[in-house]
Structure formats: structure tokens, C-alpha cells
Design a protein around this ligand. Structure first.
Ligand code: PEP
Ligand code: MG
Length: 583
């Protein structure tokens, strides 16, 4: 590690933009702290260090509570009360004191062991509510551990209070969702992939981000000045004055070019030869709602409801809460449609309070529609809330991780029950609300003709479709280079799905790749749904394409035998149509 000389680390750019500022190295998600023994003399200082960390943690939690209360209301903020209670839990404290006096080890190692024991016990209790508190304990544990690391110097303290670029080994989706964008300028991680939920969330938060930077944690220190180049994928440590100057002007230039694209928001997303594509937004958070109309999206093509439902690991909001929340978005997007994707728990998503023990293969386990169908009580609350929101605008609903027609029929039967219940209760809904299926499991794509008899539309989740088709874990950095949505196997499944004849959207990250847009348009996708930040670029790109040329190229691509060739075919069309988007 050298803290003076300019140094460049190459990573994978997963969210565009340039950030410049001091670095803060985050120990979140870290493993057990190093253990060492202490002497009797050291014990009082060690305990005082722990108490100071508790006080700092309480302060942080109160701050977070106030912030969340302002953004999302009392119910969401209450989660932090539970965490503050756990922070001072008398049983934990008693056990900690006892173990500390007995073991004579550094306090973080003892605290970690004690809390782990409590969490383990809690994972096995009958009561689902108590089980759900494990997530809170985990969060409190991480915060206390982080606060036990002393700020090393003035630079550390400056980085801890002012705006900063966050560096971490890895971030969970909930860590990312929790980032305070008023102080975090960008994110860099040692591991990660472009279609992990961390990457997707960074894009929706508008934070430049790089992942997969080998040895990042060995090279960086808190307080170092860095430039994060979210275009080339470069993290520059200790940049020279020349480099800073270069990036300041590049930042201004990019901002100007982007603003020019945003100003075209009212132009139709239509190819040069008049082929119309619905261009919609992918949304995760409440604070993104205003961005949907600001970027000129025709409504929402994918609303990932799990971030609202499971955010912060709290218990699920009830039907009434969900209805209010969904209705706000529907009214705001009217007359455009909002497509709600029902709860997609499991996989690498936020933990669901009832998920139980960690699974060996979570992506192949209890995830998506499987969770919802096994909990019809919870599922129906969400379906009724969505149906009721449909009385206030245009709404569609779709289901994640469907593998075949049986699940679809079960879901439709539950929807019918919900409609009957609402009718009986005199509550309004749109009887013509569109119902769709996310095509993200290969068997669903293969059965598209059968599924097409059951629903109104398809939305292809290329992130999972790629993962499941070519057996490449979307969040495993070791195989990140093998994650290729242009693999012929994936392209054939997309083609097969579209050929079934329903309106078909692309809502995975493939749709946000301007190099692959000609291919998706040429295959016949009727809608592209992407994050609000990238949407202006996609509109610009669509408006410069020629549908006829895209169709011809797509036919050629369907004959190609490898991912690289297919990408090259599409990119060649893109480069001719909008070379400036590749600068
Ligand atoms: C997908 O799988 O492509 C998708 C859009 O859903 P998610 O990324 O939320 O799994
Ligand atoms: Mg998916």
C-alpha cells in the first residue's frame, strides 16, 4: 500500500459517473474480529472502549431513525427502536460481562461470540416475530464492531463526517439500500458482479460504482483521496493535480451531455423507421418515484416490491399500508402503467423474516413465487393491495421466478379469490388489470406458448434468465466473467418467449446495455424497462436505430454459435447508430 503515489486499480464499472473525494473503508460484512488475550490491567480500558462504541452506535441509530421517519414514516422508523433496545439488552450485557471477565480477550471478540450465541438461539425459536429479530441483532453487531475501530487520524475523522467514497470488501443488498446518498459519493468493492442487487441498487441510487477490484482492501486506507471513474472502471488512488484537473473537466462534460439527453424526455421512444418501443422505469425505492416522470419514462415496467416490503428486515407492512404506498406511485405515474412485481424474497435479496436457516443453494431454493405460494396469507395481502391500487390508475402485476404453468394457475386462482373478497367488501379495483409472468427461469421460456394462454404479458428478467440458463451464479465474482447474456442459449430463449406472441418487455440489466439494444429491438421486444438514470440514454439510442436493420441483424445473431459473436453483431449496429454513446 502506498499512500503518496498515484495508483490505478481496474475494476468492473457497474454504475456510471465520476466521483472524487476521500475514501472511507468500511468493515461491514466482515468476518469474526481477530481475537487476542488481554491483561487484567487492560480490562477497564477495553470495557470503556466498548461503552464508547455503544454510545456512538446509539447516536447513529437515533440519527438513522430520524432520517427514516422523515422519508418513510413512523412504522419504518420503529425498527431502530428495536435495535436500540437490543443494543442495551440486559441479558446480552450480563452474558458479555461474564464472558469478558472469564476469557480475558479483546472486547470485540467476546462481544461477537456472545451475540452470535444469542442469534443462534433466536434462529430456532417458534415465534416468527422473535426469529425476525436476528436481522436486527446482526445489524447492531456490525455497527458496534465498526464503532470499536478507532479513527486513526484526522483524515479518518474527516472521511467519517464529510462526503466520501465508500470502499468495502462486499456489500449486501440491504447495506446498499441503507446508503445515505447525501454523504456517499460512490461505491467500490473488492468482489461483486454487474447484475448483483448491489450493483442494481447503486444504479438506482445514482451512485457511481465499481466492483471486482482485486486486492482492493489491501491497497486502500481511509482518508486517501480517490477518483472513481464509473465509465472506464478505474479507481485512481492519490491522483496527481493533473489527473484531478482532467477528471473535473470530464465530470462537467459528462454532466452536460447527460443533461442534454434528459431534456429530450418528451420525445417518443421510436426507431428512425417508426417502430415504437415502450420505455419504462425499474424502481426499487420510494425516493425514486419523482425520477420516473423526470426521466420521461412511460410508467414503471418493474417495481421490485421486496425493497419496500422487506427493507431493514422489519415485519411486512399490512394490506392497508401496501395499498397506500402502491396507490401513491400509481397516481403519480397516471396515465402510464405501473407493473408491480410481487415479493421476490430469497436468492441474494433481502432476508425474509420467515426464511428460516440459510439455504445451501438459495438461488435454487425457496425464492420468488415459491415463497408467496407457500404463504397465501401474506401473498393475498399483497395481491389485494395491488388490486385496490388499480382503481387509481393503470396497473399490471407480475410474478417472479415462475417455472411453469401450474404456478401461474395457482396464482390466478388466488387473484380470483382476492377479487371476490374485495367485491364482497365493496372495495374498488380494475377488473381489467393486466397479469403477467416474469420469464427468468429457462423452463418458463420453453413453455412460453403455454403460458401465453394464461396471461396478458411477459417480462424477461435477463439477469436470472442468464444465471439459470448457463448456470453462472449472478453474484459469484469467480464466475463473473462467464456471465454472458448474449450466450446463444439465452438469446434463443428470449426469441422463443417473444415468438409466443404476447407483449414482451425486457426488464433485466441487459436492456440497459446500449451495445445490446439493437439485438433486443431486433428480436421483437415491445418494451424496455431500465433504471431511471440510464433511461435517457436508452431513449436516445432507440431513436437512432433502424428497426429493419435490427431485425436483420437479430436473424444473423440467432444463427451465431457463441456469445462474443452475438455481442459483436449487435454492437456493430449500435456503433453505427450512436457512436457518441461509446465515447
Ligand atoms: C432479472 O432477474 O432480470 C430481474 C429483472 O429481476 P431481479 O434482478 O430483481 O432478480
Ligand atoms: Mg430476477
Amino acid at each position: 500500500m502506498n499512500t503518496d503515489v498515484e495508483m490505478r486499480l481496474q475494476g468492473l464499472n457497474v454504475s456510471p459517473g465520476i466521483s472524487m473525494g476521500v475514501l472511507r473503508v468500511e468493515a461491514r460484512g466482515c468476518a469474526a474480529p481477530q481475537m487476542h488475550t488481554i491483561t487484567l490491567d487492560e480490562a477497564p480500558r477495553e470495557w470503556a472502549r466498548f461503552e464508547a462504541a455503544l454510545a456512538r452506535t446509539e447516536e447513529e441509530l437515533n440519527g438513522l431513525k430520524a432520517r427514516v421517519k422523515k422519508i418513510s414514516g413512523d412504522m419504518e422508523a420503529a425498527i431502530f427502536d428495536a435495535q436500540i433496545l437490543f443494543l442495551h439488552d440486559s441479558m446480552v450485557m450480563k452474558s458479555l460481562r461474564k464472558e469478558f471477565d472469564k476469557r480475558m480477550q479483546n472486547i470485540e471478540a467476546v462481544y461477537y461470540a456472545v451475540v452470535q450465541n444469542f442469534m443462534e438461539a433466536m434462529r430456532h425459536v417458534e415465534d416468527a416475530y422473535l426469529r425476525s429479530r436476528v436481522t436486527d441483532m446482526q445489524d447492531v453487531l456490525q455497527r458496534v464492531l465498526k464503532n470499536m475501530v478507532p479513527a486513526e487520524n484526522a483524515a479518518d475523522r474527516a472521511a467519517a463526517s464529510g462526503p466520501y467514497v465508500l470502499a468495502a470488501y462486499d456489500l449486501t443488498p440491504s447495506d446498499t439500500a441503507d446508503l445515505d446518498t447525501s454523504v456517499v459519493l460512490g461505491v467500490v468493492t473488492e468482489v461483486g458482479s454487474a447484475v448483483s442487487h448491489t450493483a442494481i441498487l447503486s444504479r438506482s441510487l445514482g451512485l457511481p460504482a465499481l466492483v471486482d477490484i482485486p486486492n482492493l482492501m489491501l491497497e486502500v486506507v481511509t482518508g486517501q483521496y480517490v477518483i472513481l471513474d464509473g465509465y472506464s472502471g478505474m479507481l485512481i488512488l492519490n491522483p496527481t493535480e493533473d489527473t484531478k484537473r482532467h477528471y473535473r473537466s470530464l465530470q462537467a462534460e459528462k454532466a452536460k451531455a447527460y443533461q442534454a439527453l434528459v431534456e429530450m424526455k418528451d420525445l417518443p421512444s421510436e426507431t428512425r423507421d417508426g417502430h415504437r418501443i415502450r420505455l419504462a422505469a425499474n424502481v426499487q425505492f420510494v425516493h425514486e418515484y419523482p425520477a420516473v416522470s423526470r426521466c420521461g419514462a412511460e410508467g414503471v415496467g418493474l417495481y421490485r416490491t421486496e425493497f419496500f416490503l422487506l427493507g431493514d428486515g422489519r415485519s411486512l407492512p399490512d394490506e392497508e399500508d401496501q395499498y397506500r404506498h402502491y396507490r401513491a406511485l400509481v397516481e403519480q405515474c397516471a396515465p402510464h402503467e405501473v407493473i408491480f412485481r410481487t415479493l421476490d424474497a430469497g436468492g441474494d435479496k433481502l432476508p425474509f423474516e420467515e426464511m428460516g436457516p440459510k439455504e445451501e443453494n438459495p438461488f435454487l431454493g425457496w425464492r420468488g413465487i415459491r415463497v408467496s405460494l407457500s404463504r397465501p396469507d401474506i401473498f393475498k395481502e399483497q395481491l389485494r393491495a395491488i388490486l385496490r391500487a388499480s382503481a387509481h390508475g393503470k396497473v399490471g402485476v407480475m410474478f417472479p421466478m415462475v417455472s411453469g404453468v401450474t404456478e401461474v394457475r395457482e396464482v390466478k386462482a388466488l387473484l380470483d379469490e382476492c377479487r371476490a373478497e374485495l367485491r364482497a367488501a365493496g372495495k374498488a379495483f380494475d377488473p381489467a388489470m393486466r397479469v403477467g409472468v416474469m420469464v427468468e427461469v429457462p423452463s418458463a421460456a420453453m413453455m412460453a406458448d403455454v403460458l401465453a394462454q394464461e396471461v396478458d404479458f411477459f417480462s424477461i428478467g435477463t439477469n436470472d434468465l442468464t444465471q439459470y440458463t448457463i448456470a453462472v451464479d449472478r453474484v459469484n465474482y469467480r464466475v463473473a466473467q462467464m456471465f454472458r447474456p448474449t450466450h446463444p442459449g439465452v438469446i434463443r430463449l428470449i426469441h422463443q418467449t417473444i415468438r409466443a406472441g404476447l407483449p414482451t418487455a425486457i426488464c433485466g440489466e441487459m436492456g440497459a446495455d446500449v451495445a445490446l439494444l439493437p439485438l433486443l429491438v431486433g428480436l421483437g421486444a415491445s418494451e424496455i424497462s431500465v433504471g431511471t438514470h440510464v433511461l435517457p440514454l436508452i431513449r436516445f439510442a432507440i431513436r437512432h436505430l433502424n428497426y429493419g436493420e435490427c431485425r436483420q441483424m437479430a436473424q444473423q445473431a440467432l444463427q451465431a454459435s457463441d456469445a462474443r459473436t452475438i455481442r459483436a453483431l449487435s454492437k456493430a449496429v449500435a456503433l453505427r447508430a450512436y457512436p457518441n454513446l461509446f465515447d
